[in-house]
Design a protein around this ligand. Structure first.
Ligand SMILES: [Zn+2]
Ligand SMILES: [Zn+2]
Length: 257
């Protein structure tokens, strides 16, 4: 028996994976590290691969699926994803289970609600996950903030969202212009300012913690992300604990109830 928590195994372009645990149920949202590294990092939280019931994928980009095939095949774990994501993710020898934005999926004691996001991928989704009376939203690679995104993220107990770049660092940084524009576009990533707006809109009196994830190594710092989102939350008079997942680092556990 474990209690309920969410941990960041890694976040950022070097690899994304979140461990969601409720009592006897555990899943990974994304598997963007090698299978070996996923296992090593989940062991920090007392979870072994045999306890993982499913790997749930948000989209097919390598930083989200790098270890999915190996980890699932070695441990006979199913991979859940939209049809678009499954069709473009290398998953030979793995049973894929198609999911769809808007359709709730039950995995053990967890209820997952996938919702569509605008990121440039085949059929990307983010997740609201209910664990009993508690809920978490995990949303990186958002592209932009839509009404649908705000609706799904509003009032969760634990809000994990992307704060990818600081606008000035991106503008003055070394990336070529086409890449800067792709990141800024509505199919790219959220800036710290966007993350501030989204968290201010989504946080309500239920929400206890906000965790900023998928920070760019090149175009952001944990300090800048914390300052921008913190100011936005203060202006909106929203009181929550604000945490920042450092690029590539393990974070949490963030308790769910
Ligand atoms: Zn992506
Ligand atoms: Zn990504």
């Amino acid at each position: 028996m474990h209690d309920s928590f969410v941990s960041v195994l890694s976040s950022g372009s070097c690899g994304n994976s979140f461990l969601v645990v409720r009592d006897g149920s555990a899943i990974l949202v994304d598997a963007g590290l090698s299978a070996r590294e996923l296992e090593r990092r989940m062991s920090v939280f007392g979870i072994g691969p045999s306890e993982i019931e499913a790997v749930v994928l948000t989209h097919e980009h390598t930083d989200h699926v790098r270890g999915a095939r190996r980890f699932c095949a070695d441990n006979r774990i199913k991979a859940f994803g939209t049809k678009g994501t499954l069709s473009l993710t290398p998953l030979e020898g793995v049973e894929g289970v198609p999911i769809k934005a808007g359709d709730t999926v039950l995995i053990g004691d967890l209820a997952l609600e996938p919702f569509s996001v605008m990121h440039l991928a085949a059929e990307p989704v983010a997740f609201k996950i209910k664990a009993g009376d508690s809920s978490v939203a995990i949303a990186s690679d958002l592209g932009c903030v839509t009404e649908e995104v705000v609706e799904h993220m509003r009032g969760v107990d634990l809000l994990m969202l992307e704060a990818n770049y600081d606008e000035d660092m991106l503008a003055n940084g070394s990336y070529p212009n086409f890449l800067k524009n792709a990141i800024r576009s509505k199919h790219g990533h959220l800036s710290n300012a966007d993350a501030g707006l989204l968290s201010s809109a989504a946080v309500n009196s239920r929400t206890k913690d906000v965790v900023l994830v998928h920070l760019s190594m090149e175009n952001n710092t944990p300090q800048l992300a914390r300052r921008a989102v913190g100011e936005s939350l203060r202006r909106a008079r929203k009181k929550v604990s604000l945490h920042v997942a450092e690029h590539g680092a393990v974070g949490g556990p963030h308790r769910l109830a």
